[in-house]
Ligand binder design. Structure first.
Ligand code: NAD
Ligand code: LMR
Length: 331
Protein backbone atom coordinates (compact mmCIF):
# COMPACT_ATOMS: atom_id res chain seq x y z
CA UNK A 1 0.00 0.00 0.00
CA UNK A 2 1.25 3.53 -0.74
CA UNK A 3 2.32 5.82 2.06
CA UNK A 4 -0.26 8.43 3.05
CA UNK A 5 -0.06 12.00 4.25
CA UNK A 6 -2.63 14.22 5.96
CA UNK A 7 -2.96 17.83 4.86
CA UNK A 8 -5.10 20.46 6.60
CA UNK A 9 -6.22 23.48 4.56
CA UNK A 10 -7.98 26.45 6.18
CA UNK A 11 -9.95 29.01 4.21
CA UNK A 12 -10.99 26.04 2.09
CA UNK A 13 -13.99 27.81 0.56
CA UNK A 14 -11.92 30.83 -0.47
CA UNK A 15 -10.32 31.87 -3.73
CA UNK A 16 -6.80 30.57 -3.17
CA UNK A 17 -8.05 27.25 -1.86
CA UNK A 18 -10.12 26.65 -4.99
CA UNK A 19 -6.92 26.60 -7.05
CA UNK A 20 -4.79 25.00 -4.37
CA UNK A 21 -6.77 21.99 -3.18
CA UNK A 22 -6.99 20.05 -6.47
CA UNK A 23 -3.24 20.37 -6.91
CA UNK A 24 -2.61 18.74 -3.54
CA UNK A 25 -4.19 15.51 -4.78
CA UNK A 26 -3.14 15.49 -8.43
CA UNK A 27 -0.13 13.25 -7.84
CA UNK A 28 2.49 15.93 -8.59
CA UNK A 29 2.82 17.67 -5.24
CA UNK A 30 3.22 14.64 -2.97
CA UNK A 31 4.29 12.15 -5.65
CA UNK A 32 3.09 8.65 -4.96
CA UNK A 33 1.65 9.36 -1.53
CA UNK A 34 -2.08 9.12 -0.95
CA UNK A 35 -3.26 12.52 0.29
CA UNK A 36 -5.95 12.73 2.99
CA UNK A 37 -7.47 16.19 3.15
CA UNK A 38 -9.01 17.94 6.15
CA UNK A 39 -10.68 21.14 4.95
CA UNK A 40 -11.54 23.86 7.44
CA UNK A 41 -13.83 26.86 7.22
CA UNK A 42 -15.68 29.21 9.54
CA UNK A 43 -19.16 28.03 10.63
CA UNK A 44 -20.97 30.53 8.36
CA UNK A 45 -19.63 28.99 5.13
CA UNK A 46 -18.47 25.49 6.07
CA UNK A 47 -21.52 24.01 4.28
CA UNK A 48 -20.13 25.25 0.96
CA UNK A 49 -17.34 22.72 1.25
CA UNK A 50 -19.82 19.99 0.46
CA UNK A 51 -19.87 21.33 -3.11
CA UNK A 52 -16.08 21.42 -3.30
CA UNK A 53 -15.87 17.82 -2.09
CA UNK A 54 -18.38 16.82 -4.79
CA UNK A 55 -16.16 18.45 -7.40
CA UNK A 56 -13.06 16.72 -6.04
CA UNK A 57 -14.82 13.37 -6.24
CA UNK A 58 -16.00 14.13 -9.76
CA UNK A 59 -12.44 14.98 -10.82
CA UNK A 60 -11.26 11.45 -9.97
CA UNK A 61 -7.79 12.16 -8.63
CA UNK A 62 -6.11 8.78 -8.20
CA UNK A 63 -3.96 10.01 -5.26
CA UNK A 64 -6.86 11.49 -3.30
CA UNK A 65 -7.55 9.63 -0.04
CA UNK A 66 -10.13 10.56 2.56
CA UNK A 67 -11.59 14.07 2.40
CA UNK A 68 -13.32 15.63 5.40
CA UNK A 69 -14.57 19.12 6.12
CA UNK A 70 -15.30 20.87 9.38
CA UNK A 71 -15.39 24.15 11.26
CA UNK A 72 -13.57 22.48 14.14
CA UNK A 73 -9.87 23.15 13.66
CA UNK A 74 -8.78 20.99 16.60
CA UNK A 75 -10.52 17.97 15.16
CA UNK A 76 -8.96 18.60 11.74
CA UNK A 77 -5.48 18.94 13.26
CA UNK A 78 -5.18 15.41 14.64
CA UNK A 79 -2.04 13.73 13.34
CA UNK A 80 -1.71 16.09 10.39
CA UNK A 81 1.61 16.25 8.51
CA UNK A 82 1.03 19.53 6.70
CA UNK A 83 -1.02 22.64 7.54
CA UNK A 84 -1.72 25.19 4.82
CA UNK A 85 -3.15 28.14 6.74
CA UNK A 86 -4.88 30.20 4.10
CA UNK A 87 -7.97 31.15 6.10
CA UNK A 88 -7.99 34.88 6.86
CA UNK A 89 -9.27 38.14 5.43
CA UNK A 90 -7.55 39.52 2.29
CA UNK A 91 -6.90 43.15 1.38
CA UNK A 92 -9.21 44.81 -1.12
CA UNK A 93 -12.49 43.90 0.60
CA UNK A 94 -14.81 45.90 2.84
CA UNK A 95 -14.77 44.54 6.39
CA UNK A 96 -16.99 46.00 9.13
CA UNK A 97 -17.69 49.00 6.89
CA UNK A 98 -14.01 49.76 6.23
CA UNK A 99 -12.06 49.07 3.03
CA UNK A 100 -9.04 46.97 3.93
CA UNK A 101 -6.12 48.59 2.11
CA UNK A 102 -2.96 47.89 4.06
CA UNK A 103 -1.43 44.80 5.59
CA UNK A 104 -1.36 46.65 8.91
CA UNK A 105 -5.19 46.66 8.80
CA UNK A 106 -5.01 42.88 8.62
CA UNK A 107 -2.75 42.54 11.63
CA UNK A 108 -5.52 43.27 14.12
CA UNK A 109 -8.20 41.32 12.20
CA UNK A 110 -6.30 38.15 11.35
CA UNK A 111 -3.71 37.85 14.12
CA UNK A 112 -6.18 36.38 16.61
CA UNK A 113 -7.01 33.42 14.34
CA UNK A 114 -3.50 32.09 14.75
CA UNK A 115 -3.48 31.86 18.54
CA UNK A 116 -6.09 29.10 18.68
CA UNK A 117 -4.85 27.41 15.52
CA UNK A 118 -1.27 27.49 16.79
CA UNK A 119 -2.27 25.87 20.09
CA UNK A 120 -4.17 23.09 18.28
CA UNK A 121 -1.30 22.43 15.87
CA UNK A 122 1.23 22.23 18.72
CA UNK A 123 -0.95 19.76 20.61
CA UNK A 124 -2.59 17.63 17.90
CA UNK A 125 -0.41 17.96 14.78
CA UNK A 126 2.45 15.54 14.19
CA UNK A 127 5.71 16.51 15.85
CA UNK A 128 7.40 16.81 12.48
CA UNK A 129 4.48 18.75 10.97
CA UNK A 130 5.21 21.56 8.53
CA UNK A 131 3.02 24.63 8.64
CA UNK A 132 2.80 27.17 5.82
CA UNK A 133 1.00 30.41 6.63
CA UNK A 134 -0.42 32.06 3.52
CA UNK A 135 -2.97 34.35 5.20
CA UNK A 136 -1.69 37.89 5.66
CA UNK A 137 0.19 39.38 7.38
CA UNK A 138 1.82 36.01 6.88
CA UNK A 139 5.10 36.46 8.80
CA UNK A 140 3.51 37.84 11.94
CA UNK A 141 0.61 35.38 11.80
CA UNK A 142 3.21 32.59 11.72
CA UNK A 143 5.05 34.27 14.60
CA UNK A 144 1.84 34.24 16.66
CA UNK A 145 0.99 30.64 15.72
CA UNK A 146 4.45 29.28 16.44
CA UNK A 147 4.52 31.00 19.80
CA UNK A 148 1.09 29.60 20.71
CA UNK A 149 2.03 26.12 19.50
CA UNK A 150 5.02 25.73 21.85
CA UNK A 151 6.34 22.80 19.80
CA UNK A 152 9.80 23.50 18.46
CA UNK A 153 9.92 20.24 16.49
CA UNK A 154 7.31 21.62 14.11
CA UNK A 155 8.38 23.89 11.27
CA UNK A 156 6.43 27.13 10.92
CA UNK A 157 6.84 29.02 7.65
CA UNK A 158 5.25 32.09 6.08
CA UNK A 159 4.92 32.19 2.32
CA UNK A 160 7.35 34.33 0.31
CA UNK A 161 7.50 31.94 -2.68
CA UNK A 162 5.04 34.09 -4.61
CA UNK A 163 7.41 37.06 -4.30
CA UNK A 164 10.30 34.88 -5.42
CA UNK A 165 8.30 33.62 -8.42
CA UNK A 166 7.36 37.19 -9.33
CA UNK A 167 11.00 38.28 -9.11
CA UNK A 168 12.12 35.31 -11.24
CA UNK A 169 9.54 36.12 -13.87
CA UNK A 170 10.70 39.76 -14.18
CA UNK A 171 14.35 38.77 -14.22
CA UNK A 172 13.78 36.08 -16.84
CA UNK A 173 12.05 38.61 -19.12
CA UNK A 174 14.72 41.24 -18.58
CA UNK A 175 17.54 38.82 -19.46
CA UNK A 176 15.73 36.83 -22.17
CA UNK A 177 15.99 33.65 -20.17
CA UNK A 178 13.47 31.02 -19.24
CA UNK A 179 12.14 31.24 -15.68
CA UNK A 180 13.74 27.86 -14.92
CA UNK A 181 17.17 29.39 -15.64
CA UNK A 182 16.80 31.73 -12.64
CA UNK A 183 17.93 30.15 -9.36
CA UNK A 184 18.60 31.25 -5.79
CA UNK A 185 16.07 34.09 -5.96
CA UNK A 186 16.02 35.07 -2.30
CA UNK A 187 13.32 37.17 -0.63
CA UNK A 188 14.74 38.63 2.58
CA UNK A 189 12.46 39.87 5.37
CA UNK A 190 8.70 40.38 5.42
CA UNK A 191 6.05 39.46 2.85
CA UNK A 192 5.18 43.14 2.48
CA UNK A 193 6.36 46.15 0.48
CA UNK A 194 9.55 46.25 2.60
CA UNK A 195 10.68 42.79 1.41
CA UNK A 196 14.08 42.71 -0.26
CA UNK A 197 14.23 40.55 -3.42
CA UNK A 198 17.95 39.89 -3.81
CA UNK A 199 18.88 40.22 -7.44
CA UNK A 200 22.62 40.39 -6.69
CA UNK A 201 22.75 36.82 -5.37
CA UNK A 202 20.31 35.35 -7.88
CA UNK A 203 21.80 33.09 -10.53
CA UNK A 204 20.88 33.84 -14.14
CA UNK A 205 21.86 30.81 -16.23
CA UNK A 206 24.60 30.21 -13.67
CA UNK A 207 25.89 33.82 -13.65
CA UNK A 208 25.51 35.98 -10.52
CA UNK A 209 22.73 38.56 -10.89
CA UNK A 210 25.13 41.32 -9.83
CA UNK A 211 27.10 40.82 -13.05
CA UNK A 212 24.24 39.64 -15.31
CA UNK A 213 22.23 42.84 -14.55
CA UNK A 214 24.80 45.55 -14.27
CA UNK A 215 22.16 48.26 -13.84
CA UNK A 216 21.43 49.29 -10.25
CA UNK A 217 19.26 52.13 -11.50
CA UNK A 218 16.82 49.60 -13.05
CA UNK A 219 17.04 47.46 -9.90
CA UNK A 220 16.12 50.38 -7.62
CA UNK A 221 13.60 52.16 -9.78
CA UNK A 222 11.83 49.23 -11.46
CA UNK A 223 12.66 45.78 -10.22
CA UNK A 224 12.33 46.32 -6.46
CA UNK A 225 9.12 48.41 -6.47
CA UNK A 226 7.45 46.11 -9.01
CA UNK A 227 8.05 43.00 -6.91
CA UNK A 228 7.30 44.77 -3.64
CA UNK A 229 4.00 46.23 -4.88
CA UNK A 230 2.85 43.37 -7.10
CA UNK A 231 0.21 42.21 -4.62
CA UNK A 232 -1.44 45.64 -4.71
CA UNK A 233 -1.14 45.86 -8.50
CA UNK A 234 -3.01 42.54 -8.83
CA UNK A 235 -5.71 43.72 -6.40
CA UNK A 236 -6.12 46.97 -8.36
CA UNK A 237 -6.34 45.10 -11.66
CA UNK A 238 -8.63 42.24 -10.68
CA UNK A 239 -10.54 43.69 -7.77
CA UNK A 240 -9.46 40.75 -5.63
CA UNK A 241 -6.15 39.57 -4.29
CA UNK A 242 -3.96 37.14 -6.19
CA UNK A 243 -5.29 33.62 -5.98
CA UNK A 244 -4.09 31.24 -8.66
CA UNK A 245 -0.50 32.49 -8.43
CA UNK A 246 -0.68 32.28 -4.64
CA UNK A 247 -1.94 28.70 -4.87
CA UNK A 248 0.89 27.81 -7.27
CA UNK A 249 3.41 29.38 -4.88
CA UNK A 250 2.02 27.35 -1.96
CA UNK A 251 2.40 24.18 -4.03
CA UNK A 252 5.94 25.22 -5.00
CA UNK A 253 6.76 25.66 -1.30
CA UNK A 254 5.44 22.22 -0.39
CA UNK A 255 7.40 20.61 -3.25
CA UNK A 256 10.55 22.53 -2.24
CA UNK A 257 10.18 21.14 1.30
CA UNK A 258 9.72 17.58 0.03
CA UNK A 259 12.61 17.56 -2.48
CA UNK A 260 16.35 17.94 -1.75
CA UNK A 261 17.51 21.33 -3.05
CA UNK A 262 19.96 21.32 -5.96
CA UNK A 263 23.51 22.50 -5.29
CA UNK A 264 23.74 26.30 -5.62
CA UNK A 265 19.99 26.83 -5.45
CA UNK A 266 17.71 27.77 -2.54
CA UNK A 267 14.02 28.34 -2.10
CA UNK A 268 12.20 31.20 -0.41
CA UNK A 269 10.08 31.06 2.70
CA UNK A 270 10.12 32.88 6.02
CA UNK A 271 11.05 30.83 9.10
CA UNK A 272 11.98 31.64 12.70
CA UNK A 273 15.34 33.34 12.96
CA UNK A 274 17.99 31.70 15.11
CA UNK A 275 20.04 34.89 14.79
CA UNK A 276 21.13 34.09 11.22
CA UNK A 277 22.11 37.17 9.23
CA UNK A 278 21.76 39.28 12.41
CA UNK A 279 17.97 39.01 12.51
CA UNK A 280 16.56 39.12 16.08
CA UNK A 281 15.87 35.58 17.27
CA UNK A 282 12.31 34.34 16.84
CA UNK A 283 11.16 36.74 14.13
CA UNK A 284 9.65 34.89 11.17
CA UNK A 285 11.90 36.24 8.47
CA UNK A 286 12.29 35.53 4.75
CA UNK A 287 15.51 33.58 4.18
CA UNK A 288 17.15 31.41 1.53
CA UNK A 289 16.31 27.84 2.55
CA UNK A 290 17.53 24.42 1.52
CA UNK A 291 15.96 21.00 1.92
CA UNK A 292 18.58 18.42 2.91
CA UNK A 293 18.62 14.79 1.77
CA UNK A 294 17.00 13.72 5.07
CA UNK A 295 14.12 16.17 4.53
CA UNK A 296 15.33 18.75 7.10
CA UNK A 297 14.92 22.41 6.13
CA UNK A 298 17.82 24.72 6.89
CA UNK A 299 18.79 28.32 6.33
CA UNK A 300 21.51 28.69 3.69
CA UNK A 301 24.20 30.56 5.57
CA UNK A 302 26.87 31.48 3.04
CA UNK A 303 25.20 34.35 1.18
CA UNK A 304 27.20 37.59 1.02
CA UNK A 305 25.04 40.69 1.32
CA UNK A 306 26.24 43.99 -0.18
CA UNK A 307 25.91 47.23 1.82
CA UNK A 308 22.96 48.11 -0.44
CA UNK A 309 21.27 44.78 0.34
CA UNK A 310 21.92 45.13 4.09
CA UNK A 311 20.32 48.56 4.19
CA UNK A 312 17.21 47.33 2.36
CA UNK A 313 16.96 44.15 4.46
CA UNK A 314 17.20 46.22 7.65
CA UNK A 315 14.04 48.14 6.73
CA UNK A 316 12.13 44.87 6.54
CA UNK A 317 13.60 43.54 9.81
CA UNK A 318 12.58 46.80 11.51
CA UNK A 319 9.06 46.35 10.19
CA UNK A 320 8.91 42.79 11.55
CA UNK A 321 10.05 44.08 14.93
CA UNK A 322 7.30 46.69 14.94
CA UNK A 323 4.68 44.09 13.92
CA UNK A 324 5.90 41.92 16.81
CA UNK A 325 5.30 44.89 19.14
CA UNK A 326 1.81 45.38 17.73
CA UNK A 327 0.76 41.78 18.55
CA UNK A 328 2.37 41.60 21.99
CA UNK A 329 -1.06 41.30 23.60
CA UNK A 330 -1.59 37.98 21.76
CA UNK A 331 1.58 36.39 23.16
P1 NAD B 1 -10.82 34.62 0.47
O1 NAD B 1 -11.55 35.69 1.21
O2 NAD B 1 -11.28 34.23 -0.89
O3 NAD B 1 -10.81 33.29 1.35
C1 NAD B 1 -10.45 33.29 2.68
C2 NAD B 1 -11.28 32.23 3.36
O4 NAD B 1 -10.80 32.08 4.68
C3 NAD B 1 -12.77 32.58 3.45
O5 NAD B 1 -13.55 31.56 2.85
C4 NAD B 1 -13.02 32.67 4.97
O6 NAD B 1 -14.32 32.21 5.33
C5 NAD B 1 -11.91 31.77 5.49
N1 NAD B 1 -11.57 31.99 6.90
C6 NAD B 1 -11.52 33.15 7.58
N2 NAD B 1 -11.19 32.92 8.86
C7 NAD B 1 -11.02 31.59 8.99
C8 NAD B 1 -10.66 30.74 10.08
N3 NAD B 1 -10.47 31.23 11.30
N4 NAD B 1 -10.56 29.41 9.84
C9 NAD B 1 -10.79 28.90 8.63
N5 NAD B 1 -11.13 29.65 7.55
C10 NAD B 1 -11.23 30.98 7.74
O7 NAD B 1 -9.29 35.06 0.48
P2 NAD B 1 -8.09 34.48 -0.40
O8 NAD B 1 -8.00 35.30 -1.65
O9 NAD B 1 -8.18 33.01 -0.51
O10 NAD B 1 -6.85 34.91 0.50
C11 NAD B 1 -6.61 34.33 1.76
C12 NAD B 1 -5.45 35.02 2.46
O11 NAD B 1 -4.24 34.81 1.73
C13 NAD B 1 -5.59 36.53 2.61
O12 NAD B 1 -5.16 36.92 3.90
C14 NAD B 1 -4.64 37.08 1.55
O13 NAD B 1 -4.17 38.37 1.86
C15 NAD B 1 -3.55 36.05 1.65
N6 NAD B 1 -2.61 35.99 0.52
C16 NAD B 1 -1.30 35.76 0.81
C17 NAD B 1 -0.36 35.65 -0.20
C18 NAD B 1 1.10 35.41 0.11
O14 NAD B 1 1.91 35.47 -0.83
N7 NAD B 1 1.50 35.14 1.34
C19 NAD B 1 -0.78 35.79 -1.53
C20 NAD B 1 -2.13 36.01 -1.80
C21 NAD B 1 -3.05 36.12 -0.76
C1 LMR C 1 0.02 39.21 -2.62
O1 LMR C 1 1.22 39.43 -2.47
O2 LMR C 1 -0.51 39.11 -3.74
C2 LMR C 1 -0.84 39.00 -1.40
O3 LMR C 1 -0.09 39.08 -0.25
C3 LMR C 1 -2.04 39.84 -1.40
C4 LMR C 1 -1.77 41.25 -0.92
O4 LMR C 1 -2.52 41.74 -0.08
O5 LMR C 1 -0.82 41.86 -1.40
Amino acid sequence: MSESIKVVVTGAAGQIAYSLIPRLVDGNTFGNKVVNLALVEIPQVVHKLEGLVMELEDSYFPKMGEVSFTDNFKEASKDADWFLLVGSIPRGIVYNGKKIEERSDLLSINGGIFVEQGKAIGKYGKDDAKILVVGNPANTNAFIGKHAGCNDDQLWMAMTMLDSNRAKSILAKKTNNSISDIKNMIIWGNHSPTMYPDIENALVSGELGSSAINDMNWVESEFLPTVQQRGKAVIDARGASSATSAAKAAIDTVIACETPTEEGDSFSAAIASDGAYDVPEGLICGYPLICLDDGKIEIKRDIALSEFAKSKFKLSIDELVSEREAVKHLM
